[in-house]
Design a protein around this ligand. Structure first.
Ligand code: PLP
Length: 355
């Protein structure tokens, strides 16, 4: 049976990326060697690294003055590297979920953290109102809250450098990079297999803190060495390049945004129409296009397990909601075809008809 992959991360990849990576693992660029067994200093891999950085710049229209890095350690290591490199006295954070909470915890190790607003009072099911303090060294947001299904879909105007965790919505829409000081994320949601972390950083923000920074945790090290200070995650970087090529061949981020809006609207409309379900995020403008969270309507609460089994039997994979929210979560990343959304909707309709 055809599977429909709604996993939140690691998650569905374009078939193109999987096939190209599989080929390169057998024989990389006709070298007679596997991608896994060549030097990262070979000219063939150096070209991959350079092409991936260039494709990032082209796809997101990254202006002069910004560097693109491919690092290890996940988005979670960035939670510590950001304050280590950017925070002299005070930083500001918006708390919209578990990932933001984890980022705040790390920043507190380095000084005064102003949490400007939080939606924790309602299990993070909305984006709170906030004002950005003008005296902060930077302001940190999570644009897409993978677990709770909320998203900040506009590029904010910030009086201080804006730092954004875009782990789960990078390349889902056009972004005005000039409005950000830094954009980062783990690749395993919308770009590549796990193991590589992307960082887009405005170079002139660096070198302004007094503290000593360990070599590996200093962005300047990786800028100077073109993400090759130590051995980079070779295979995930190669896969990322394939996804970037796939994006370029499929109309780039504008085309992705158009389809992502269509897919999300189809599913949210069905959740609202279907008597069995309701969305967890009430306000339309706060709803994520990437992670659609929904639960059973109160009077049908006891059907949750049954729907999960029903949907699993129809080939739906990865739709269980995060344990902190319950219910269901369908992740609609770029690589997820519209047919999978339609298949999920048909499943919801069939289940409704049964009850
Ligand atoms: C998955 C995720 C993370 C964690 O990424 P790791 O690469 O596992 O450290 C951080 N932020 C957001 C928004 C995520 O979705």
């Amino acid at each position: 049976m055809k599977k429909h992959n709604f996993y939140a991360g690691p998650s569905i990849m374009p078939e193109f990326t999987i096939n190209k990576t599989a080929e390169a693992i057998k024989d990389f660029e006709g070298m007679g060697l596997s991608l896994m067994e060549i030097s990262h200093r070979s000219k063939q891999f150096e070209a991959v690294m350079e092409d991936a950085q260039q494709a990032f710049k082209d796809l997101l229209n990254i202006p002069e003055g910004y560097k693109v890095l491919f690092l290890g350690g996940g988005a979670s290591l960035q939670f510590a590297m950001i304050p280590f490199n950017l925070m002299q006295n005070k930083s500001a954070y918006l708390n919209t979920g578990s990932w933001a909470t984890k980022a705040i915890k790390e920043a507190k190790l380095f000084g005064d953290v102003d949490v400007v607003a939080s939606s924790e009072d309602k299990t993070f099911n909305y984006i709170p109102e906030f004002t950005i303090p003008k005296d902060a060294d930077y302001f940190h947001i999570t644009t897409n809250n993978t677990i709770y299904g909320t998203e900040i879909k506009e590029d904010l105007d910030s009086p201080v450098p804006l730092v954004a965790d875009m782990s789960s919505d990078i390349f889902s829409r056009p972004v005005d990079v000039s409005k950000y000081g830094m954009i980062y994320g783990g690749a395993q949601k919308n770009l590549a297999p796990s193991g590589v972390t992307f960082v887009i950083v405005k170079e002139d923000l660096l070198g302004k803190v007094d503290r000593d920074i360990p070599t590996m945790l200093d962005y300047r090290t990786h800028i100077k060495k073109g993400s090759m200070f130590n051995t980079p995650p070779v295979v995930p970087v190669y896969s990322a390049l394939q996804t970037l090529k796939w994006l370029q061949q499929n109309g780039g981020v504008e085309a992705m945004q158009k389809v992502n809006i269509e897919k999300a609207n189809l599913l949210y409309d069905e959740i609202q129409r279907n008597k069995l379900f309701k969305p967890t995020v009430a306000k339309e403008e706060d709803r994520s296009l990437m992670n659609v969270c929904f639960i059973m309507n109160d009077e049908y609460a006891e059907l949750e397990k049954e729907f999960f089994e029903f949907a699993t039997n129809k080939g739906m994979v990865g739709i269980k909601g995060h344990r902190s929210v319950g219910g269901f979560r369908a992740s609609l990343y770029n690589a997820l075809p519209k047919e999978s959304v339609e298949a999920l909707i048909d499943t919801m309709k069939e289940f409704e008809a049964k009850h």
